[in-house]
Ligand binder design. Structure first.
Ligand SMILES: [Fe+2]
Length: 382
């Protein structure tokens, strides 16, 4: 028996679609919505707009925004206490991956109890969550459509992967206009995160026909539009394509899971509190080189999605062009630095490799990686 599952939320996509948030929340049966966001998104004015539409639909709201760059367990605990005290009956994330993942983890704790660490791993959530909406303000995390919540365990200094179908929001509202207010560095980092989702899910051992379509389309769109989106933050056409790319990559990795780049990046993020996309950027080309012998035909397809001419080349030769294309893109968007430049100390590599070996994302990497392999990859990426 060969069974595969494919999960997505209801998706509302397009410029101006933020206006649908009130009606959408009402459709989910909400009376008071717990809005999770951060100060940057509030400063850009998007939360005020979301609140306007929620209030216009006759709903009450409570805003929680005490968040930092990477989502942390302590913020989840605080958010869950605030939710329970607020009388809310639904959750809406307005922001990037951080507010969205905190919103998901808050949703777990308010109906399932315990602490975030209790749910680390796959399928450990047993009670239904409150209705959830997600309005992304970045094109990268894909959390608006995914079965993942990635939360930093501040005691162990690593990122926990929580994976469950329960974490797929009920409705994702993707409005490309929200992307225009983030800076170029964030646009580059989030775009490379989406690229990594596309590539890792495309070569994942758990990939299916449905995930491959979305993964390849995401890679193709990012190859064409990320440079433009970084160079001109007001380029609405580029932002719209990047929003669709992030969404597609999110759908792909949510169902196919990821690989060694993410298993390793999660450990770097836990140490440095850098943007997750920057950790991915430093690791991705090296992990691609490591994985290439396991599936050269897949990397050949990735090279084609980047627009490389692979006609007449053997798969192994064509596959190398995928890595070249990724390195070129990273250089063009200013993310071709190594882990040492991000602040990583070589001395922590053995510890990071041990923890990466236990990360759920490593299970679907197309080539088996030992602790020594991971240590070697971390060193190459320094
Ligand atoms: Fe990611």
């Amino acid at each position: 028996m060969n069974i595969s599952k494919f999960v997505t939320p209801e998706i509302i996509f397009g410029c101006g679609s933020l206006s649908q948030v009130g009606e959408s929340a009402r459709r989910l049966g909400a009376s008071k919505v717990f809005v999770v966001s951060d100060e940057g998104v509030i400063g850009a004015g998007w939360v005020e707009k979301a609140l306007h539409y929620l209030h216009a639909a006759g709903l009450k709201t409570s805003v929680f925004s005490a968040l930092t760059t990477n989502p942390k367990d302590l913020e989840v605990t605080e958010g869950a206490a605030r939710y329970l005290a607020s009388g809310c009956d639904a959750i809406a994330a307005v922001g990037g991956g951080s507010p969205t993942d905190v919103a998901k983890a808050v949703a777990i704790l308010v109906t399932n109890g315990g602490s975030t660490r209790d749910y680390e791993g796959i399928n450990r959530i047993h009670r239904p969550l409150p209705p959830m909406l997600s309005v992304p303000s970045t094109a990268g995390a894909g959390s608006e459509v995914s079965q993942f919540a990635i939360i930093i365990d501040t005691e162990r200094r690593l990122k926990m992967s929580i994976i469950s179908k329960s974490l797929v929001p009920d409705i994702a509202i993707v409005d490309p206009e929200l992307l225009c207010t983030k800076d170029a560095r964030l646009a580059a980092a989030t775009g490379v995160d989406a690229l990594t989702h596309g590539i890792e899910s495309y070569v994942s051992l758990a990939g299916t026909h449905l995930t491959e379509i979305h993964a390849l389309k995401a890679i193709e769109l990012i190859a064409r539009y990320l440079r433009r989106a970084v160079a001109d933050r007001d380029d609405l056409e580029a932002n719209t394509h990047m929003a669709m790319a992030s969404l597609s990559a999110g759908i792909a990795f949510s169902n196919a899971i990821l690989g060694a780049t993410h298993a390793m990046a999660h450990q770097v993020d836990g140490q440095l509190d850098q943007h997750h996309g920057e950790s991915n950027a430093a690791l991705l080309p090296h992990v691609m080189e490591f994985n290439l012998p396991a599936c050269p035909e897949r990397f050949q397809k990735i090279a084609s999605a980047f627009g490389k001419d692979v006609r007449g080349l053997a798969p192994e030769r064509a596959a190398v062009l995928a890595i070249t294309a990724v390195r070129e893109l990273l250089a063009d968007v200013g993310l071709d630095q190594g882990l040492a430049a991000l602040g990583l100390n070589e001395a922590v590599i053995p510890e990071l490799s041990r923890n990466a070996l236990r990360d759920a994302c490593l299970v679907t990497n197309p080539r088996e990686a030992s602790r020594t392999d991971l240590e070697d990859l971390f060193r190459r990426a320094l």
